[in-house]
Design a protein. Sequence first.
Length: 226
Amino acid sequence: MSDEEGAPAWMVSFGDMMTLILTFFILLVSMSKEQDIGLVASGVGSFLVAVRSFGLPGLMDENEKASTFEEVRQRFNLPPEPDPNKRPEDVLDASSLEIIRTKAATALAPHDQISQPAIAIFERGSSELTPDAERYIDLLAPMLYPAGGQTLLLEGHALDARNATRQGNALLAFARANAVRSYLIEAHDFPKTRVSARAWLREIDSDGPGTRSVDARLVIPADAPR
């Protein structure tokens, strides 16, 4: 027998996960009082929307979602939806509802924050920090360090992805925020658990350095040590 260890018993591949979820929808329909294959199509459609949007609400517009649902219905030999507006709530939105409520309640707790816009500016289409950007971050690092119960939020911006799609811009924005996060952790010993990278999904400006930047917000809970 080989001494090499296999994959951990708890590890589930992406294919296994899809199989389990699709099996759930099939069982759901087969055990129901009414056999409605449309329920399966709706569930599979919602799952595909979640996968194609990388679990980030807002990456796909309504036309893209409708196209995905129509594609699934065609695979099941079903006619077009009579009224797409009456489609049940997306699985992604429904499963995230309680998480969103919890986060919203936490966000409503008293807290202060220090905002620092554009702590890094990137070249068009790039998520690599320039030497000038690194030097500027070095100057700001002492003020951005999350002490006590503080959290540093890094929000990336992008309207210049090479494929020029909303999804591409969101991925580039996140990559930029993550590049700043990695630099702060590696170069300035920021605690990993208190630095969060995220993408700003909808830009206010149509162009300019602000759409190629990363903003920082140091969130300070009211009961955190000062």
